[in-house]
Design a protein. Structure first.
Length: 398
């Protein structure tokens, strides 16, 4: 009976709280003199309050769960970061071990190669020792052969001296030999004259060209005491003519060697002269200027050939010349090629006659495709067309 009274009292208290907190409410709305009202019963207010309370509880629970979940994710991320760091450390250790293994392998390979080279060197030394022993035995045999040959030569030399003494007592009369030597001398002098004429056509003095060629033209090494030949001695006149012929032949050979280095042909197969050597109006500013070369017009990328053998001194870009080549032909003669499209040679390269060195272009200070061609002798520019004219004279003679 007592418990029932407590429950009844609790329910009464709740009912009094509900009646006091949620009394029936009315909302009056006046519109244009008319009054309307809405009644909000008690059970509706209780339902809305209960719904709001449930919603607030759900929001609180969700917020708490989200915060707790974020902390869990943060802890997991920390663990992942630690694991990645440990993995990177492990990779670094593996890389260092691989580097050490590679170094050890390289050292082993080097030692193996060293051992192989030592073995090969030992075998080579043994073979060389055997070869030296054979050469020593052969040398001893050769000494004996040389000694016997020396005795034989001494006997031959004695016989030759006796024959020379007999010849010196006789008088020579060699008219046919004299005539042959004179004809050969005249023919050699004619060849020399034609070569000198070609050099003069090119605008160069022969003596200056020969002087600039010292060290290039090789001569046979000779020597011995000077013993003049007297005309009254046997064969004296013929000997003088032979000496003179020898001098002319040497001069002819020297000129032939120099001629092979002269740029006597044009560096292009087909061309037209677009600007001559000497004074001209500049193609850019139309002012009078000095032109130390010849401009050859030809189609773009036409092949350019070396007019004579030589050594490439420069190959690359050179300011207003654009792509540029300079060739040293010896004897103080240089040729230069400007405004090229491509270069096929390198500095220091030895080239032969008609070697393809580049392509015609329009690089540098240029108004269009052409080749700027220069010939320089002893540091002074020369007219390239004179050399080409001299080359035409050579081909006409041939």
């Amino acid at each position: 009976m007592y418990e029932w009274d407590d429950k009844g009292t609790l329910l009464e208290r709740i009912q009094r709280f509900v009646h006091r907190a949620f009394p029936e409410r009315q909302i009056h709305i006046r519109t244009r003199g008319r009054i309307r009202f809405f009644r909000i019963p008690q059970w509706t207010q209780v339902s809305v309050a209960a719904t709001a309370l449930l919603f607030s509880g759900w929001v609180g629970y969700t917020t708490f769960s989200f915060i707790q979940h974020g902390e869990i994710i943060g802890a997991k991320n920390t663990q992942i970061a630690d694991a990645r760091h440990a993995y990177n450390d492990l990779l670094s250790d593996v890389t260092s071990y691989q580097s050490r293994f590679t170094e050890l392998t390289r050292d082993l390979l080097d030692n193996h190669n060293l051992m192989l080279s030592l073995v090969e060197r030992n075998a080579t030394l043994q073979l060389s020792l055997t070869t030296v022993e054979k050469r020593l035995r052969n040398t001893e045999d050769e000494r004996e052969d040389v000694a016997s040959a020396r005795e034989t030569l001494r006997g031959k030399l004695t016989r030759i001296e006796n024959d020379m003494r007999q010849l010196s007592t006789k008088n020579f009369s060699l008219p046919q030999q004299d005539i042959a030597v004179e004809k050969m001398t005249e023919r050699t002098m004619a060849y020399i004259g034609s070569l000198e004429k070609i050099v003069e056509i090119a605008g160069i003095e022969v003596d200056t060209l020969i002087a600039s060629s010292e060290g290039i033209v090789t001569k046979e090494s000779q020597g011995g005491p000077f013993i003049p030949v007297k005309p009254e001695e046997p064969g004296g006149v013929l000997m003088k003519k032979l000496v003179r012929l020898d001098d002319h032949v040497n001069q002819w050979e020297t000129l032939q060697t120099i001629m092979a280095r002269l740029p006597l042909v044009a560096p292009l197969n087909t061309y037209s002269i677009t600007s001559s050597f000497g004074k001209r109006r500049d193609p850019m500013n139309k002012r009078w200027s000095a032109h130390y070369g010849v401009d050859f017009g030809a189609p773009m990328r036409s092949p350019i050939y070396a007019p004579a053998p030589g050594i490439v001194k420069q190959a690359g870009n050179k300011g207003r010349y654009g792509r540029f080549i300079e060739i040293d032909h010896g004897s103080g003669i240089f040729t230069r090629y400007g405004h090229l499209n491509k270069i096929y040679v390198k500095r220091g390269q030895k080239i032969d006659f008609r070697h393809k060195i580049g392509q015609l272009g329009s690089s540098g200070r240029s108004t269009g495709p052409h080749l700027h061609y220069e010939v320089v002798f002893n540091g002074k520019p020369r007219n390239p067309m004179l050399f080409i004219k001299a080359g035409r004279h050579v081909f006409q003679k041939q």
